[in-house]
Design a protein around this ligand. Structure first.
Ligand SMILES: [Zn+2]
Length: 327
């Protein structure tokens, strides 16, 4: 950014000006008793209705998310947590000579994944017992897992808890990682100043938003063969994202096995994605009715991106353009 554009402002002051003028949501932290900036975080104005945010376990980032998206469900990336647990296993366990640590870890990993994938309280208790029973010979590792991971944040990544909140299948930050790589390409390993980079980031986000809008257009315009002439889908064409249709087709395949039994169903699709689950679809199919648009969360019916979008219960999953900001 040329001095001519910036005028007397420092790079950071200019960045703040860009963020304010672009109506970005932003927040920053200063190291106490100094004027040194430690973190800065910003998000596009159209990510205002973000419903779920997935991060790694960085306290500063988690706090920033709480400040900027107070209504969003904050979820921790299970993959990042797994990597933390692995690192600490390697560091905090003392195995005998000749024992291959990574081989032992592979067994511990299976127990850990069972624990994280627990879908009921009972399953969680049983997997919790097995995990710690097998690991009790490594008290330091046990302490870490109990008090640094499960204790403070289990609700944010163990399935029994994340299944109770709307997360639209965003439980990992993979999409963030790929956007991070994409952003790096845009920045072209430049050592340019932060303002120049901000302009490039803004360009990239604009392109991503355009891509999402194209996908939305597809959902609106495309005449989908699967929908035509089927009572069940008769309200869908042009009103609901094709992604929702795919999720519902998956649930429909469970209908025969589940029937209308809530306990067999588990109703996770309803609680995490705002879409009718197998037990509810079973009833609709039996009654030969169409799936009602009222049973579809607005997330799937929002087929445009608009900063002014103010529908009641306006919800939007973690937008890739926001994700890209986590760099
Ligand atoms: Zn159900």
């Amino acid at each position: 950014m040329g001095k001519a554009v910036r005028g007397p402002r420092t790079e950071l002051q200019h960045l703040m000006k860009c963020l304010t003028e672009g109506k970005y949501l932003h927040s920053h932290r200063v190291i106490p008793d100094t004027d040194t900036l430690s973190d800065i975080f910003w998000a596009r104005p159209d990510s205002d209705a973000v419903k779920v945010v997935v991060t790694d376990r960085d306290q500063a980032l988690m706090n920033a998310v709480d400040t900027i998206f107070p209504k969003a469900n904050a979820i921790l990336c299970r993959y990042h947590i797994l990597m933390n647990v692995k690192t600490n296993f390697v560091r905090k366990t003392n195995l005998g000579k000749g024992v291959k640590k990574l081989e032992v870890w592979n067994n511990v990993k299976v127990l850990w994944e069972n624990l994280v994938n627990s879908e009921t309280d009972e399953e969680y208790d049983a997997n919790f017992f097995t995990f710690f029973d097998c690991c009790k010979i490594w008290p330091e590792f046990v302490h870490y897992v109990k008090h640094m991971v499960l204790g403070p944040v289990k609700e944010k990544f163990v399935q029994v808890w994340t299944n109770r909140v709307m997360h639209f299948r965003n439980t990992m930050t993979n999409r963030v990682e790929s956007n991070h790589a994409r952003l790096k390409k845009y920045l072209n390993n430049s050592l340019g100043d932060i303002c120049k980079n901000w302009v490039k980031t803004d360009d990239m986000l604009t392109n991503i938003v355009t891509e999402i809008q194209k996908e939305f257009q597809q959902s609106i315009i495309r005449r989908d063969k699967r929908l035509s002439g089927v009572v069940l889908w008769s309200q869908f064409q042009g009103n609901v994202s094709m992604k929702a249709l795919e999720e519902l087709e998956f649930e429909l395949r469970r209908v025969d096995a589940v029937g209308t039994d809530h306990t067999k169903c588990g109703c996770v699709t309803m609680s995490t994605m705002g879409l009718p689950c197998a037990c509810s679809l079973a009833k609709t199919v039996k009654e030969k009715k169409p799936i009602s648009l009222n049973d579809i969360h607005s997330h799937w019916k929002r087929l445009k991106i608009d900063a002014e979008f103010k529908e009641e219960n306006a919800d939007l999953s973690l937008l890739p353009e926001w994700e890209a900001l986590h760099v």
